[in-house]
Ligand binder design. Structure first.
Ligand code: 13P
Ligand code: SF4
Length: 371
């Protein structure tokens, strides 16, 4: 098989004041297997999953092979919130997480007794990279009167500083309920999601200045022109995008919310402003509908004019099979750190389970409680 391509990735790290430094990282993207190699790898993975009492937990942005195989073998493909819940609740002794590192860490924190494997442990996230724990800790220390609400796309060490953890599918509800209780919020690390929550809830928020290199690339002017060319299309946007892009949306939400909107909205044509890994599920679940990628600034790491996370692209069949075979790619989280980081994650899972059962957000945050 051909060798992996190593690509350069630039991301922003907030420095003093509101200025951001540009930092460099890398991603290692495996080659596409031939169809014969693909079938052989899938068969090997099916066998290893059975032999190792393992289950696949895949994100919507990873390669379609890893999404389809997860579902076919009794695993899940979902947003980051459901990945966490599914991994925690599944009886398998080994979880194979295809996504980025924070997703594997969250799975391990919630199930320290399970083995958690990833195809490539170097699969990172610009939000995680751009929010180092020492700087974030100093930010928290500078605002001791605020409730710390942290986005899931962070390291275990940053999560350990949080009162509440959220993903994009529950961030509005959690912050809205905290705001209604009169709490002031310290938010991090995604500035666009933080701004969106602030606009929607009116909460008093100070925010870390991080960004997702994929969603930051969508541009409003070009999106407006694309909308004019497709006047009947509905626009679906992930809230890690800028306020100008969100303003053009018919539906804003997490990857699951985007999938639900595509099913429910009365339209046959959609413009999609999120990672293009999402198109696989959107298209297979909605065969009669058309999905068009939203325009980007043209600086994409994986391909210039498309939106695809270089670290999600690191997940491949060969590395996944190898992880199952050899135990390579096992996630370790320091147990004491894991216990501290688990507190805000458990709060999020209890909150979202309560919402599903019809309990009001206000009584949930009061009942679950956080400093
Ligand atoms: P979701 O929680 O919506 O799946 O998003 C995760 C992510 O990394 C988006 O870029
Ligand atoms: Fe992080 Fe953005 Fe990749 Fe999601 S798409 S994992 S937020 S870099």
């Amino acid at each position: 098989m051909a060798s992996s391509a190593v690509i350069d990735v630039e991301y922003e790290q907030p420095a003093e004041g509101s200025v951001c430094d540009t930092r460099r990282a890398w991603a290692r993207v495996p080659p596409e297997p031939t169809s014969t190699e693909r079938e052989a790898l899938k068969e090997r993975i099916r066998r290893l999953l059975r032999e190792r009492n393992a289950v696949m937990v895949s994100h919507f942005y990873v390669h379609p092979d890893l999404q389809d195989l997860a579902e076919e073998t009794g695993g899940i493909v979902s947003d980051s919130l459901e990945m966490a819940r599914f991994g925690r609740d599944h009886a398998a002794g080994t979880l194979v997480v295809s996504g980025v590192r924070f997703m594997g860490e969250t799975a391990k924190i919630l199930s320290p007794e399970k083995r958690v494997l990833m195809p490539d442990l170097d699969a990172n996230c610009s939000l995680d990279l751009g929010c180092p724990v020492d700087e974030f800790s100093a930010f928290c220390d500078a605002h001791p009167d605020r409730t710390v609400v942290v986005y899931a796309n962070t390291s275990a060490a940053v999560k350990a500083h949080a009162d509440w953890l959220v993903t994009s599918s529950c961030a509005l509800d959690v912050v809205g309920a905290l705001h209604a209780q009169g709490r002031k919020i310290l938010w991090g690390p995604d500035r666009h999601l933080g701004d969106y929550i602030q606009r929607q809830t009116g909460a008093d928020m100070v925010s870390w200045n991080g960004a997702c290199i994929v969603h930051d690339e969508f541009k409003a002017l070009e999106l407006e022109l694309l909308k004019q060319a497709h006047p009947r299309a509905k626009v679906l946007v992930h809230p890690e995008s800028s306020a100008e892009v969100i303003a053009l949306a018919d539906a804003v939400g997490s990857t699951s919310a985007i999938l639900n909107a595509a099913r429910q909205l009365d339209a046959t044509e959609f413009i999609v402003a999120t990672d293009n890994g999402m198109l696989h599920k959107l298209r297979t679940l909605n065969p009669g509908k058309t999905f068009i990628e939203a325009p980007t600034a043209g600086n994409g790491a994986t391909c210039k004019s498309c939106a695809h996370c270089p670290w999600m692209a690191m997940n491949g069949l060969a590395d996944l099979a190898n992880a199952l075979e050899t135990g390579a790619g096992e996630i370790h989280v320091d147990p004491a750190l894991g216990l501290r980081a688990r507190v805000p994650i458990d709060r999020m899972l209890a909150f979202t389970a309560g919402l599903k059962n019809g309990i009001a957000p206000g009584s949930l945050v009061a009942g679950i409680g956080a400093a």
